[in-house]
Design a binder for this molecule. Structure first.
Ligand SMILES: Nc1nc2c(ncn2[C@@H]2O[C@H](COP(=O)(O)OP(=O)(O)OP(=O)(O)O)[C@@H](O)[C@H]2O)c(=O)[nH]1
Ligand SMILES: [Mg+2]
Length: 691
């Protein structure tokens, strides 16, 4: 591959709703650029970008992929991303490494929830964007309607720079408004140009007016000429368009068919001409010496950020980097600022899907891949050791889907959990954590499909099998009234006997106070040397739980009487006596189960809020309030028991067509409703008897 200077690079994340044809579009682009010998197709499993078995099976993208496309002196580094909402982390990572986004929309479907999510994400990052209306060859393809929907939602900055010629099975090419020469470009041969046919002339004239109008909105000179009805030279329009795109004020709309390879070359040319180069962008980093923020463009010493890692037992470890400033060489060592360690490069390459293409140098702004790094993880910064800086890691959304993970085969804990750990290096929205209280290993992710695929992947890659279950909720036990209770442990038949005898008063403490142990022994009814054993027995028995196996909390235990035997008493016997007393006493003291309550914040479009609230109400939630969050979004604050949260991520998504989000934090413990508590208690007691 040729060497490309910063000005000739275009880094573009390809994003949008699922199944709009993002991957197909890049397959066509690679084919056109000669990077792929044959035209890969998602449907028959030959795509250069969707190549993993889990992707082929489902015919959708799961991981992002890099497609370096050389086109007319530019290198377009496209990053294909999955549209399925569980993999939103891939889109976010891709956007941290790119300078612009191409949002793919399906012409028959128009604007969809994934389109909106993609747009809002990029808008928040302030990056330039273009739109490709794909599938013009499909039944019900409607370019005009798609554009109208987008303009209605995102404003008049959205302007077509092309119009489709024909549609559905008569779709044959695009009329180019970009150069403002009225041309027809057909797919057989891009150079074949023709006059705009009679039937399209009016539409083309109108679209051209719309384009100039949109540009006039921020270009005063153009506005003047436009109002005076002057003829505006092509170069001026192109100039204004390019400025508007880079300022993220104008968003050009292209169209075509990825599958038929119509309009794709035109798109590549358009993106090369209009999209920003790395020289147009700066990143914010922190200077680790001064702790001050620094702005970094393409100038300056070497610095790069990792935005993706592939971990695979066959391919090894691949690290994808965006070089922000300086040059990167394949035979150098660079300093990993996060890990404070040197990493030795063993060659650089770029990728076209899974194919690796060696490069000797990557100039500032380029995207490259290195193999076999040892300590580097996604989000890390590699830099010149003399000028260490740290880039912000990608801001992933919260991973709200939680399962408890159990190895399918006993004894395979290490194998299974280390495999999940490796996958979480590859997809940072997957996390593995141990819950100390319930002793379960929890796997968190964005959605159920993602975690299903995780299961398949670790089996294929590492032969590790895992079952996912509903996580246990860490309940607590407590008491509501005071009781006095006796515990006696006596075994004195033959040999050395055992004798321990205590009287305890057990009483509730205020919520959150914890447990306490006191003693008021007079006259040595329980000798001094045995009191620590009673205290220890109290601690252990309360920690183990009595009612349903959960720790007993907020209880005060006072040892006030008892008796002993000069020969047979021992620490162990007093411990046992204490346990006997507590087990009986707690059951007599109006025991109750406490459950954790979460503070929950749900954001979703106002339109869906009625459903969301109704659903939550049936789930024992207390709605605390609702407020508007701008645009059409609202926010609900509620309190909800942890037990009612299982699979809520999936539920909210289906209720809000994927547009809702939520977060939770532990608030406090509260007594459970009797009915639910009874079920849990009787199940525990029954299990105990079986043992
Ligand atoms: N008729 C027609 N079908 C298309 C076109 N582009 C893609 N498709 C089909 O649409 C389906 C989805 O295409 P993909 O390229 O996998 O879409 P995607 O956006 O990458 O999907 P995700 O990665 O799952 O988000 C496949 O069956 C493609 O063959 C097109 O231009 N015309
Ligand atoms: Mg795809």
């Amino acid at each position: 591959m040729q060497e490309y200077q910063s000005a000739d690079l275009r880094n573009i994340a390809v994003i949008g709703h699922g199944r709009t044809g993002k991957t197909s579009l890049l397959d066509a682009a690679l084919f056109n650029a000669g990077g792929a010998r044959r035209f890969g197709k998602v449907d028959d499993g030959t795509s250069a970008l969707d190549y993993e078995p889990e992707e082929n099976k489902r015919k959708l993208s799961i991981s992002s992929a890099l497609a370096a496309v050389e086109w007319r002196g530019c290198k377009l580094n496209f990053i294909d991303t999955p549209g399925y909402p569980d993999f939103v982390g891939e889109m976010i990572a891709a956007l941290t490494a790119t300078d612009a986004a191409l949002i793919v929309v399906s012409a028959p479907s128009g604007m969809e929830t994934g389109t909106e999510k993609a747009w809002l994400t990029v808008e928040e990052m302030g990056l330039p964007r273009a739109i490709f209306v794909n599938k013009m060859d499909r039944e019900h393809a409607d370019f005009e309607r798609a554009v109208d929907e987008l303009r209605a939602r995102f404003g008049s900055g959205i302007v077509p720079v092309q119009l489709p010629i024909g549609k559905e099975d008569t779709f044959q090419g695009v009329a180019d408004l970009l150069t403002l020469h009225m041309k027809i470009v057909t797919h057989e041969d891009e150079e074949l140009v023709a006059d705009i046919p009679e039937f399209m002339q009016e539409a083309v004239e109108e679209a051209r007016q719309q384009l100039i109008e949109a540009l006039s909105d921020f270009d005063d000179q153009l506005m003047e000429k436009f109002l005076e009805g002057e003829d505006i030279p092509e170069s001026e329009i192109l100039d204004a368009l390019s400025k508007g795109v880079k300022a993220a004020k104008v968003f050009p709309v292209f169209c075509g068919s990825a599958l038929q390879n119509i309009g794709v070359k035109k798109l590549l040319k358009g993106l090369g001409a209009l999209m920003p180069s790395p020289e147009d962008r700066t990143f914010i980093a922190t200077d680790t010496k001064t702790e001050e923020p620094v702005e970094r463009g393409t100038d300056g010493p070497f610095a790069a950020q990792v935005f993706k890692t592939i971990v695979d037992p066959f391919v090894g470890r691949l690290t994808f980097l965006r070089v922000v400033s300086g040059d990167m060489k394949g035979d150098a060592s660079y300093y990993n600022v996060n890990r404070e360690a040197e990493e030795r490069m063993s060659g650089l390459f770029t990728m076209q899907g899974k194919q690796q293409i060696p490069v000797t140098i990557a100039h500032a702004g380029d995207i490259v891949v290195v193999a076999k790094l040892t300590v580097t993880k996604t989000g890390d910064t590699l830099a010149d050791k003399a000028a260490p800086i740290l880039f912000e890691p990608p801001a992933y959304p919260g991973s709200m889907m939680v399962f408890a993970a159990y190895p399918t085969k006993k004894g395979e804990e290490d194998k299974v959990f280390s495999a999940i750990g490796k996958e979480s290096d590859q997809d940072p929205t997957i996390q593995i954590v141990k819950n100390k209280e319930t002793k379960e290993t929890l796997v968190r992710g964005i959605g159920e499909v993602q975690l299903e695929i995780l299961k398949e992947r670790i089996q294929r890659k590492y032969g590790a099998e895992v079952d996912f279950r509903e996580p246990k909720v860490a309940l607590r036990e407590t008491i509501r009234k005071s009781v006095k209770v006796e515990g006696k442990h006596k075994k004195q038949s033959g040999g050395h006997g055992q004798y321990g005898h205590v009287w305890l008063e057990i009483s509730p403490q205020p919520a959150g106070e914890g447990n306490a142990f006191t003693e008021t022994i007079f006259g040595g009814s329980v000798p001094r040397q045995y009191i620590p054993a009673v205290e220890k027995g109290t601690e252990e028995t309360l920690a183990q739980g009595i009612l349903a196996g959960f720790p007993v909390v907020d209880v005060k235990v006072n040892l006030y009487d008892g008796s002993y035997h000069t020969v047979d008493s021992s620490e162990a016997a007093f411990k046992t006596a204490t346990a006997i007393a507590l087990k009986k006493g707690v059951m007599d003291a109006s025991p109750a189960l406490l459950e954790p309550i979460f503070n929950m914040t749900i954001t979703a479009p106002e339109y869906f809020m009625g459903d969301v609230m109704g659903q939550r109400n049936t789930k024992r939630a207390k709605i605390l309030g609702m407020e508007s969050k701008g645009r059409d979004m609202s926010e609900i604050k509620a309190q909800i028991p942890a037990l009612e949260l299982y699979k809520y991520a999936t539920e909210l998504r289906s209720q809000t067509k994927g547009r809702g989000d939520f977060s939770v934090e532990v608030s406090h413990y509260e007594e459970m409703p009797q009915k639910i508590a009874e079920e849990i208690i009787s199940k525990y007691q029954a299990d105990k008897e079986k043992k």
